[in-house]
Design a protein around this ligand. Structure first.
Ligand code: GKR
Ligand code: MG
Length: 452
């Protein structure tokens, strides 16, 4: 069936005839998160996600993972109410229904670290959430993995990069942390960052390294990159200060690190600022902050502001829209990489299906997975924080092999979902707020950027 606004008589259909959505379940969950530092402040003890299940008439259920803060949950549930009757193959219908359901919403961003908000981006976030579940259902109904529905695999496994963070050993007192500190310890100087990188590389085999910067004065972060270069002579390196540097500071860092970085990510705020930096350095500039929706692309291309765009199906409008972005990057000679925010296994595997089907996605993808407790363990991992079974997804030599099986190839563990939902109910966090968490240590903290 097509969207009910456009009933189209068609040929007689088989089992996929019954792939209309009958109901939608959205389950908010909370996962324990380490005190990771960034330009805004510090991660709270709990990160929020939502698990989406699209139930269809045939009994096939498609799953997806999205942001889980209160405003997103409100928007997701408005859209969910408009989905019964939708054919899971009708992605255009999904877009119409989602956009039409949001009413007089205020454009909303789950984090300022993915750039400014806008109505188109908010709609894209909602479509992106349900579209992955539609693809999972399509795959389960046809017996094909999502990568096949996206054009077929151009690579067997997908490379990810180690995501290094400055971090405290534990969450500050009074911040609502009611669990034992993680076992990564503090990383607050170049030695700490190198030790963290060593553990990431030894454990997961990552072949490239990204440092979340914008935390300490830039010269200290330059030293951290130099220390990484000495310790890992052959690993491509990136640094991402989330637009926390002025244009002159960005140019200073770019000059110091010329020849060391595969790309410099979001040094300065906005397309004009990035264009000024780009004009003064041969280093490629990458972004997940100043080009975050299709409407940003013309100005960025016109000004030569960025050379690499980090896609993210969660806010670009889903897997299909991300492939459209890939095509635009190819046309304009831009590189394509992939951004992450704190996520669990369903998002990780969706990212991997997309990357495996996208020829020009040649950079190693970002992932927060190693920061989630228990990631990659095979046995009964204590305190495992995911909704899919431990060990389903692991990195080998820094790569993730698609799990096989129809759809996304992963299933929800109902006990784990119930446990993480209960954690959501009791944890007290309802939206991401790195600024307030940082104020527990620096009471005058504003999170204002650029700080350096
Ligand atoms: O998890 O603190 C974080 C990151 O800073 C994240 O929020 C960013 O959106 O990873 C992201 C990035 O590349 O900017
Ligand atoms: Mg970034």
């Amino acid at each position: 069936m097509h969207d009910d606004e456009s009933p189209t008589p068609g040929p007689a259909r088989g089992t996929s005839d019954r792939l209309t959505v009958t109901s939608v379940t959205i389950t908010p969950i909370a996962v324990k998160d380490p005190p990771l530092l960034n330009a805004s402040g510090c991660h709270q003890p709990y990160a929020l996600r939502s698990i989406i299940e699209l139930h269809t008439e045939s009994g096939v259920t498609g799953i997806a993972e999205a942001y889980g803060d209160d405003p997103t949950l409100e928007l997701l549930s408005r859209a969910a109410a408009a989905l019964p009757g939708l054919d899971v193959f009708d992605i255009n219908g999904l877009t119409r229904r989602a956009a039409g359901s949001l009413g007089s919403f205020t454009a909303y961003n789950p984090t300022e670290l993915i750039g400014p908000t806008g109505a188109d981006k908010t709609v894209a976030q909602i479509v992106g959430a349900f579209e992955v579940a539609c693809y999972d259902a399509q795959g389960k109904a046809t017996g094909r993995p999502v990568v096949d529905l996206l054009g077929g695999a151009v690579r067997e496994s997908v490379d990810f990069s180690a995501y290094l963070f400055y971090k405290w050993a534990e969450h500050p007192a009074g911040g609502g942390c009611d669990f034992e500190p993680d076992d990564w310890g503090a990383a607050l100087d170049p030695d700490g960052i190198v030790a963290q990188a060593r553990r990431m590389v030894d454990t997961y085999g990552f072949g490239s390294l990204k440092l979340k910067g914008g935390v300490f004065p830039p010269d200290q972060e330059i030293e951290a990159i130099r220390a990484l270069r000495r310790a890992f002579p052959d690993h491509p390196l990136r640094i991402d200060p989330n637009a926390n540097w002025s244009v002159p500071t960005s140019l200073h860092v770019a000059k110091e690190l010329e020849g060391e970085l595969e790309y410099l990510e979001d040094p300065a705020p906005g397309i004009p600022g990035m264009a000024e930096v780009a004009a003064g350095t041969p280093l490629p500039l990458a972004t997940n902050m100043c080009v975050t929706s299709f409407t940003d692309i013309p100005e960025a291309v016109h000004r030569g502001a960025v050379q690499v765009i980090l896609s993210d199906h969660h806010f670009w409008g889903g897997l299909r829209a991300s492939q459209r972005l890939a095509g635009i990057c190819e046309t304009f000679g831009l590189g394509l990489s992939m951004h992450s925010n704190t996520h669990l296994g369903i998002s990780l595997v969706a990212m991997a299906h997309l990357a495996a089907a996208t020829p020009n996605l040649t950079y190693a993808l970002d992932t927060h997975s190693p920061w989630q407790r228990g990631f990659g363990y095979t046995a009964d991992t204590p305190d495992f924080q995911d909704v899919i079974r431990p060990g389903t997804l692991t990195f080998e030599a820094g790569s993730l092999r698609l799990p096989g099986g129809p759809g996304l190839g992963v299933e929800i563990d109902r006990d784990a979902l119930a446990r993480l939902h209960e954690q959501y109910r009791t944890c007290g966090v309802r939206r991401r707020d790195d600024i307030t968490h940082m104020r527990l240590v620096h009471p005058d903290w504003t999170g204002k950027r650029p700080r350096f």
